[in-house]
Design a protein around this ligand. Structure first.
Ligand SMILES: [Fe+2]
Ligand SMILES: [Fe+2]
Length: 291
Protein backbone atom coordinates (compact mmCIF):
# COMPACT_ATOMS: atom_id res chain seq x y z
CA UNK A 1 0.00 0.00 0.00
CA UNK A 2 1.00 3.66 -0.05
CA UNK A 3 2.88 3.46 -3.36
CA UNK A 4 5.81 5.84 -2.85
CA UNK A 5 6.33 6.63 -6.49
CA UNK A 6 6.74 9.81 -8.41
CA UNK A 7 5.22 9.15 -11.84
CA UNK A 8 7.70 11.58 -13.39
CA UNK A 9 10.40 9.12 -12.33
CA UNK A 10 9.10 6.77 -15.02
CA UNK A 11 9.90 9.19 -17.84
CA UNK A 12 12.74 7.90 -19.98
CA UNK A 13 15.90 9.98 -19.68
CA UNK A 14 17.77 10.88 -22.85
CA UNK A 15 20.73 8.65 -22.01
CA UNK A 16 18.56 5.60 -21.25
CA UNK A 17 17.99 2.81 -23.71
CA UNK A 18 14.50 2.38 -25.06
CA UNK A 19 14.94 -1.18 -23.79
CA UNK A 20 14.85 -0.36 -20.11
CA UNK A 21 15.51 -3.93 -18.95
CA UNK A 22 19.30 -3.85 -19.20
CA UNK A 23 19.15 -3.11 -22.95
CA UNK A 24 17.43 -6.45 -23.66
CA UNK A 25 14.52 -6.23 -26.08
CA UNK A 26 13.06 -9.56 -24.96
CA UNK A 27 13.17 -8.87 -21.23
CA UNK A 28 11.82 -5.34 -21.78
CA UNK A 29 8.88 -6.50 -23.86
CA UNK A 30 8.14 -9.49 -21.62
CA UNK A 31 7.93 -7.32 -18.50
CA UNK A 32 6.07 -4.65 -20.49
CA UNK A 33 3.58 -7.36 -21.45
CA UNK A 34 3.05 -8.32 -17.81
CA UNK A 35 2.68 -4.68 -16.86
CA UNK A 36 0.12 -4.17 -19.66
CA UNK A 37 -1.95 -7.11 -18.35
CA UNK A 38 -1.90 -6.08 -14.69
CA UNK A 39 -4.33 -3.13 -14.58
CA UNK A 40 -7.23 -5.06 -16.14
CA UNK A 41 -6.53 -8.33 -14.31
CA UNK A 42 -6.20 -6.55 -10.99
CA UNK A 43 -9.48 -4.72 -11.52
CA UNK A 44 -11.14 -8.09 -12.06
CA UNK A 45 -9.52 -9.58 -8.96
CA UNK A 46 -10.66 -6.62 -6.86
CA UNK A 47 -14.17 -7.08 -8.20
CA UNK A 48 -14.18 -10.79 -7.33
CA UNK A 49 -13.05 -10.18 -3.74
CA UNK A 50 -15.44 -7.28 -3.28
CA UNK A 51 -18.37 -9.36 -4.58
CA UNK A 52 -17.42 -12.28 -2.35
CA UNK A 53 -17.24 -10.07 0.73
CA UNK A 54 -20.55 -8.46 -0.20
CA UNK A 55 -22.21 -11.86 -0.68
CA UNK A 56 -20.84 -13.33 2.52
CA UNK A 57 -21.83 -10.24 4.48
CA UNK A 58 -21.36 -10.69 8.19
CA UNK A 59 -20.93 -14.46 7.93
CA UNK A 60 -18.81 -15.63 10.91
CA UNK A 61 -16.29 -17.34 8.58
CA UNK A 62 -15.72 -14.14 6.60
CA UNK A 63 -15.63 -11.69 9.50
CA UNK A 64 -11.96 -12.29 10.41
CA UNK A 65 -11.01 -11.68 6.75
CA UNK A 66 -12.70 -8.30 6.38
CA UNK A 67 -9.63 -6.22 7.24
CA UNK A 68 -7.36 -8.35 5.05
CA UNK A 69 -9.81 -8.12 2.16
CA UNK A 70 -9.81 -4.32 2.40
CA UNK A 71 -6.02 -4.38 2.40
CA UNK A 72 -5.98 -6.72 -0.62
CA UNK A 73 -8.33 -4.40 -2.51
CA UNK A 74 -6.28 -1.30 -1.63
CA UNK A 75 -3.01 -2.98 -2.63
CA UNK A 76 -4.30 -4.30 -5.96
CA UNK A 77 -5.87 -0.90 -6.70
CA UNK A 78 -2.52 0.76 -6.08
CA UNK A 79 -0.72 -1.78 -8.30
CA UNK A 80 -3.24 -1.20 -11.05
CA UNK A 81 -2.77 2.59 -10.86
CA UNK A 82 1.02 2.48 -10.79
CA UNK A 83 1.30 0.02 -13.68
CA UNK A 84 -1.09 2.17 -15.72
CA UNK A 85 1.19 5.15 -15.12
CA UNK A 86 4.30 3.11 -15.87
CA UNK A 87 2.74 1.85 -19.11
CA UNK A 88 1.78 5.39 -20.10
CA UNK A 89 5.45 6.41 -19.92
CA UNK A 90 7.23 3.26 -21.06
CA UNK A 91 4.96 1.55 -23.61
CA UNK A 92 4.06 2.91 -27.00
CA UNK A 93 0.40 4.02 -26.68
CA UNK A 94 -0.31 2.78 -30.23
CA UNK A 95 0.44 -0.84 -29.37
CA UNK A 96 -2.65 -2.98 -28.73
CA UNK A 97 -3.38 -4.17 -25.18
CA UNK A 98 -4.67 -7.69 -25.75
CA UNK A 99 -6.08 -8.28 -22.27
CA UNK A 100 -8.62 -5.52 -22.90
CA UNK A 101 -10.05 -7.61 -25.73
CA UNK A 102 -11.15 -10.37 -23.32
CA UNK A 103 -14.95 -10.39 -23.21
CA UNK A 104 -16.21 -8.81 -19.99
CA UNK A 105 -19.77 -10.19 -20.15
CA UNK A 106 -18.61 -13.72 -19.26
CA UNK A 107 -17.23 -12.48 -15.99
CA UNK A 108 -20.46 -10.78 -15.01
CA UNK A 109 -22.42 -13.95 -15.84
CA UNK A 110 -20.08 -16.35 -14.05
CA UNK A 111 -20.84 -17.46 -10.48
CA UNK A 112 -19.03 -15.30 -7.93
CA UNK A 113 -17.26 -18.37 -6.49
CA UNK A 114 -15.87 -19.11 -9.94
CA UNK A 115 -14.54 -15.57 -10.25
CA UNK A 116 -12.95 -16.00 -6.85
CA UNK A 117 -11.41 -19.35 -7.88
CA UNK A 118 -9.96 -17.53 -10.88
CA UNK A 119 -8.46 -14.91 -8.58
CA UNK A 120 -6.96 -17.64 -6.37
CA UNK A 121 -5.22 -19.16 -9.41
CA UNK A 122 -3.93 -15.77 -10.60
CA UNK A 123 -2.66 -15.07 -7.11
CA UNK A 124 -0.71 -18.33 -7.18
CA UNK A 125 0.91 -17.30 -10.48
CA UNK A 126 1.76 -13.78 -9.26
CA UNK A 127 3.09 -15.15 -5.98
CA UNK A 128 5.42 -17.54 -7.80
CA UNK A 129 6.66 -14.76 -10.07
CA UNK A 130 7.19 -12.58 -6.98
CA UNK A 131 9.09 -15.28 -5.13
CA UNK A 132 11.27 -15.74 -8.21
CA UNK A 133 12.01 -11.99 -8.27
CA UNK A 134 13.27 -12.15 -4.68
CA UNK A 135 15.24 -15.34 -5.28
CA UNK A 136 17.03 -13.83 -8.27
CA UNK A 137 18.35 -10.49 -6.98
CA UNK A 138 20.30 -9.90 -10.21
CA UNK A 139 17.14 -10.02 -12.36
CA UNK A 140 16.51 -6.27 -12.06
CA UNK A 141 20.11 -5.28 -11.47
CA UNK A 142 20.44 -3.29 -14.71
CA UNK A 143 17.03 -1.65 -14.55
CA UNK A 144 16.56 2.07 -13.68
CA UNK A 145 15.88 2.37 -9.92
CA UNK A 146 12.40 3.87 -10.27
CA UNK A 147 11.24 0.91 -12.40
CA UNK A 148 13.10 -1.69 -10.34
CA UNK A 149 11.37 -0.37 -7.20
CA UNK A 150 7.94 -0.80 -8.78
CA UNK A 151 8.59 -4.46 -9.53
CA UNK A 152 10.07 -5.21 -6.13
CA UNK A 153 7.30 -3.29 -4.32
CA UNK A 154 4.61 -5.07 -6.33
CA UNK A 155 6.24 -8.48 -5.83
CA UNK A 156 6.62 -7.93 -2.08
CA UNK A 157 2.97 -6.90 -1.68
CA UNK A 158 1.86 -9.93 -3.70
CA UNK A 159 3.73 -12.11 -1.23
CA UNK A 160 2.28 -10.14 1.68
CA UNK A 161 -1.35 -10.76 0.64
CA UNK A 162 -0.86 -14.16 -1.01
CA UNK A 163 -3.27 -16.05 1.30
CA UNK A 164 -6.30 -13.76 1.24
CA UNK A 165 -8.10 -14.97 -1.90
CA UNK A 166 -7.69 -18.64 -1.01
CA UNK A 167 -8.71 -18.10 2.62
CA UNK A 168 -11.78 -16.25 1.42
CA UNK A 169 -12.59 -18.96 -1.14
CA UNK A 170 -12.44 -21.65 1.53
CA UNK A 171 -14.40 -19.56 4.03
CA UNK A 172 -17.09 -19.18 1.36
CA UNK A 173 -17.29 -22.96 0.96
CA UNK A 174 -15.50 -23.11 -2.41
CA UNK A 175 -14.64 -26.67 -3.39
CA UNK A 176 -11.57 -28.42 -4.79
CA UNK A 177 -13.01 -29.28 -8.23
CA UNK A 178 -13.87 -25.67 -9.04
CA UNK A 179 -10.51 -24.47 -7.75
CA UNK A 180 -8.69 -26.97 -10.00
CA UNK A 181 -10.84 -26.25 -13.06
CA UNK A 182 -10.01 -22.54 -12.88
CA UNK A 183 -6.39 -23.26 -12.06
CA UNK A 184 -5.86 -25.18 -15.32
CA UNK A 185 -7.86 -22.61 -17.28
CA UNK A 186 -5.86 -19.69 -15.86
CA UNK A 187 -2.46 -21.36 -16.29
CA UNK A 188 -3.22 -21.80 -19.99
CA UNK A 189 -5.01 -18.52 -20.72
CA UNK A 190 -2.83 -16.20 -18.61
CA UNK A 191 0.40 -17.60 -20.05
CA UNK A 192 -1.01 -17.50 -23.58
CA UNK A 193 -2.07 -13.89 -23.01
CA UNK A 194 1.36 -12.78 -21.75
CA UNK A 195 3.11 -14.68 -24.56
CA UNK A 196 0.84 -13.14 -27.21
CA UNK A 197 1.35 -9.66 -25.75
CA UNK A 198 5.14 -10.17 -25.64
CA UNK A 199 5.22 -11.30 -29.29
CA UNK A 200 2.99 -8.39 -30.30
CA UNK A 201 5.28 -5.93 -28.49
CA UNK A 202 8.39 -7.45 -30.08
CA UNK A 203 6.82 -7.29 -33.53
CA UNK A 204 5.90 -3.62 -33.08
CA UNK A 205 9.39 -3.01 -31.73
CA UNK A 206 10.94 -4.69 -34.83
CA UNK A 207 12.82 -7.13 -32.57
CA UNK A 208 10.90 -10.32 -33.28
CA UNK A 209 13.34 -11.84 -35.74
CA UNK A 210 16.61 -10.98 -34.06
CA UNK A 211 18.88 -13.68 -32.71
CA UNK A 212 19.65 -11.77 -29.51
CA UNK A 213 15.93 -11.55 -28.69
CA UNK A 214 15.57 -15.33 -28.60
CA UNK A 215 18.89 -15.89 -26.87
CA UNK A 216 17.67 -13.59 -24.06
CA UNK A 217 14.35 -15.45 -23.99
CA UNK A 218 16.14 -18.77 -23.59
CA UNK A 219 18.31 -17.45 -20.75
CA UNK A 220 15.35 -15.91 -18.90
CA UNK A 221 13.17 -19.00 -19.13
CA UNK A 222 15.28 -22.09 -19.69
CA UNK A 223 18.72 -21.50 -18.21
CA UNK A 224 19.54 -23.46 -15.03
CA UNK A 225 17.89 -20.88 -12.76
CA UNK A 226 15.31 -19.98 -15.41
CA UNK A 227 11.78 -18.78 -14.76
CA UNK A 228 10.15 -21.65 -16.67
CA UNK A 229 11.92 -24.32 -14.60
CA UNK A 230 10.89 -22.51 -11.43
CA UNK A 231 7.24 -22.57 -12.51
CA UNK A 232 7.41 -26.19 -13.61
CA UNK A 233 8.75 -27.13 -10.16
CA UNK A 234 6.36 -25.04 -8.06
CA UNK A 235 3.09 -24.68 -9.99
CA UNK A 236 1.80 -28.14 -8.99
CA UNK A 237 1.90 -27.40 -5.24
CA UNK A 238 -1.40 -25.57 -5.81
CA UNK A 239 -3.00 -28.93 -6.64
CA UNK A 240 -2.68 -30.21 -3.08
CA UNK A 241 -6.13 -30.25 -1.48
CA UNK A 242 -4.71 -28.66 1.70
CA UNK A 243 -2.49 -26.18 -0.17
CA UNK A 244 -1.51 -23.23 2.00
CA UNK A 245 0.79 -20.62 0.41
CA UNK A 246 2.38 -19.89 3.77
CA UNK A 247 3.87 -23.40 3.92
CA UNK A 248 6.08 -22.66 0.91
CA UNK A 249 8.98 -20.33 0.13
CA UNK A 250 9.30 -19.18 3.74
CA UNK A 251 12.77 -17.77 3.19
CA UNK A 252 11.78 -15.69 0.16
CA UNK A 253 8.67 -14.53 1.98
CA UNK A 254 10.78 -13.32 4.90
CA UNK A 255 13.19 -11.56 2.50
CA UNK A 256 10.31 -9.88 0.65
CA UNK A 257 8.58 -8.69 3.81
CA UNK A 258 11.85 -7.36 5.20
CA UNK A 259 12.48 -5.48 1.95
CA UNK A 260 8.93 -4.08 2.03
CA UNK A 261 9.19 -2.91 5.65
CA UNK A 262 12.49 -1.25 4.89
CA UNK A 263 11.20 0.34 1.71
CA UNK A 264 8.07 1.70 3.36
CA UNK A 265 10.23 3.08 6.16
CA UNK A 266 12.55 4.82 3.70
CA UNK A 267 9.90 6.25 1.42
CA UNK A 268 6.74 6.76 3.46
CA UNK A 269 4.88 9.73 1.97
CA UNK A 270 7.69 10.43 -0.47
CA UNK A 271 8.28 9.84 -4.15
CA UNK A 272 11.41 8.32 -5.65
CA UNK A 273 12.67 9.38 -9.05
CA UNK A 274 15.12 7.84 -11.47
CA UNK A 275 18.05 9.53 -9.82
CA UNK A 276 17.28 7.90 -6.48
CA UNK A 277 16.40 11.29 -4.99
CA UNK A 278 13.11 11.86 -3.22
CA UNK A 279 10.30 14.23 -4.05
CA UNK A 280 6.94 14.82 -2.49
CA UNK A 281 4.71 12.19 -4.01
CA UNK A 282 1.42 13.21 -5.56
CA UNK A 283 -1.60 12.01 -3.63
CA UNK A 284 -2.11 8.36 -4.64
CA UNK A 285 -5.57 7.29 -3.77
CA UNK A 286 -5.90 3.72 -2.69
CA UNK A 287 -9.64 4.14 -2.82
CA UNK A 288 -10.78 1.09 -4.78
CA UNK A 289 -13.77 3.05 -5.98
CA UNK A 290 -11.43 4.97 -8.26
CA UNK A 291 -10.22 1.99 -10.23
FE1 LIG B 1 -0.96 -6.90 -7.76
FE1 LIG C 1 -2.29 -10.01 -5.67
Amino acid sequence: MHPPFNPYGFVRREHESHHWHGGSAFRTQYFNALSMCFPELERRMIQSVRTAMGTLGDHPQARPLQGLAQEFIAQEAAHSQIHSRLNAHRVNPNWPVLVNLWPKEHIAQRHWLSNLARTCALEHLTTLLSVYVFRQPTLFKHVPPSIRDIWLWHAAEEIEHQCLALDLYRAAGGGYARRMAYFFLIVVTANAMVLAQTLTNLAHDSQLFKLRTWRDAFVLFWSRQGLAWFFVRHLPTYMRPDFNPKDHHRESRATALRWLRDYRGRTQGRGVDDQGTHDEAPAHSTDPGLV
